[in-house]
Design a protein around this ligand. Structure first.
Ligand code: PLP
Length: 387
């Protein structure tokens, strides 16, 4: 079968490839500790499951409007207005099956061949994949460890050209856990407005933050008309398998994204959306408990990694990933990640799974129990001692 030329430009998410390899090793009887996949290990809170069951029994089993159920768009608009401090209307909200389609559909609706898109590197691999797939030009901005993996605004400014159409930011950040400050966002906004650039602000980890506060570029005056906020339920409510996310964007773009959904997936599952209303309006305690538990795990894993000779890890401020520097071993991080899985039985991702600027790092997801994290640290200790 001859695939289209554009397929050769489509990338992937290595986490799924590594997960499949880890499962294969497990089926051969090998014990693997899973620190590769980026999903909360908690169950979805029961009040959300109850709402979905009620929805299924109540007949929410049919197609709905492509942009999302009006009640959910309203609930999201309310929540966004409260959390971002600016008025959001339901017409600016599109509900999607997970957060990822917001990236794909908004870029599909906005980008032309040759447009330049600045994106974080290391960063979520799907940004670069979709940019290339659509025939636009991917322009990486390196996130340096010396800058705590936050983007450097002067460097950003040097990358902007008359062809720059979009800037992607992600805070809290996958894979480094960095968090942009209000000052960073003000500089980003100033640059975006001055150069007429659209900002895709991936805020899927906005509620998983430990030390500071989540700020959104969307809150800044003049940014509502040029920002797409990507958010969703996967990480905050441990709902990865429900496929429920949303984007907030100018109404005209929201209609275009809804039209793309009509052409592609018709709509997001109606009973998932009904449960999504409850998630936003229900008790906050469950999410807070998960974040507290993540914080405990973060402290365990970062302290443990820093005790290993030849490994150093800065403290992530959000999300649930540690991104230790392993460059002292002088080995390609993909080779190191493979050996860690084969020899230590710990599944981790190479930093280069998140772009070429991730060389010299590995990513560990600490969405696993403290007990398993401690066991993984022991295994890593032995592995690096033998290396
Ligand atoms: N954005 C980032 C930075 C992510 O890490 C992920 C998932 O890992 C997503 C978006 C996609 O989330 P979803 O599972 O809701 O599509």
């Amino acid at each position: 079968m001859r695939l289209s030329d554009r397929m050769s430009r489509l990338g992937t998410e290595t986490a799924f490839v590594v997960l499949a390899r880890a499962k294969e090793l497990e089926s051969q009887g090998k014990e693997i500790i899973h620190l590769e996949i980026g999903e909360p290990d908690f169950d979805t809170p029961s009040y959300i499951i109850d709402a979905a069951v009620r929805a299924l029994r109540g007949g929410w089993t049919h197609y709905g409007p492509s942009g999302g159920l009006p009640e959910l768009r309203e609930a999201i608009a309310e929540d966004m207005s409260r959390s971002r401090g600016v008025k959001v209307t339901p017409s600016q909200v599109v509900v999607t099956p997970g957060g990822k389609p917001v990236m794909f559909f908004s870029m599909l609706a906005l980008l032309n061949d040759g447009d330049e898109i600045i994106y974080p590197n290391p960063g979520f691999p799907i940004y670069e994949s979709v940019i290339n797939f659509l025939g636009a030009k991917a322009v990486p901005i390196t996130l340096w460890e010396k800058n705590h993996f936050r983007l450097d605004v002067d460097e950003l400014s040097s990358l902007v050209t008359p062809k720059t159409r979009m800037l992607i930011i992600n805070s809290p950040h996958n894979p480094t856990g960095s968090v942009l400050t209000w000052e960073d966002l003000q500089a980003v906004a100033e640059l975006a407005i001055r150069n007429d650039v659209i900002v895709l602000s991936d805020e899927i980890y906005s509620r998983i933050i430990y030390d500071g506060k989540h700020y959104s570029v969307y809150s800044i005056d003049g940014m509502q008309e040029r920002t797409i906020v990507l958010d969703g339920y996967s990480k905050t409510y441990a709902m990865t398998g429900w496929r429920l996310g949303y984007g907030v964007m100018p109404s005209e773009l929201a209609s275009a994204v809804a039209k793309l959904q009509t052409n592609c997936n018709s709509c997001t599952a109606s009973f998932s959306q009904r449960a999504g209303i409850e998630a936003l309006r229900g008790p906050r305690g469950e999410v807070d408990k998960m974040v507290q538990e993540f914080r405990k795990r973060r402290d365990v894993i970062v302290a443990g990694l820093n005790e290993i000779d030849g490994v150093s890890c800065i403290m992530p401020e959000g999300a649930f990933y540690a991104f230790p520097n392993v460059s002292r071993w002088g080995m390609k991080s993909s080779c190191l990640a493979d050996r860690i899985m084969d020899e230590a039985g710990v599944a981790v991702l190479a930093g280069t799974s998140f772009g070429q600027c991730g060389e010299g790092y590995i990513r560990l997801s600490y969405a696993n129990s403290v007990e398993n994290l401690k066991r993984a640290l022991e295994k890593l200790h032995c592995f690096f001692k033998r290396l």
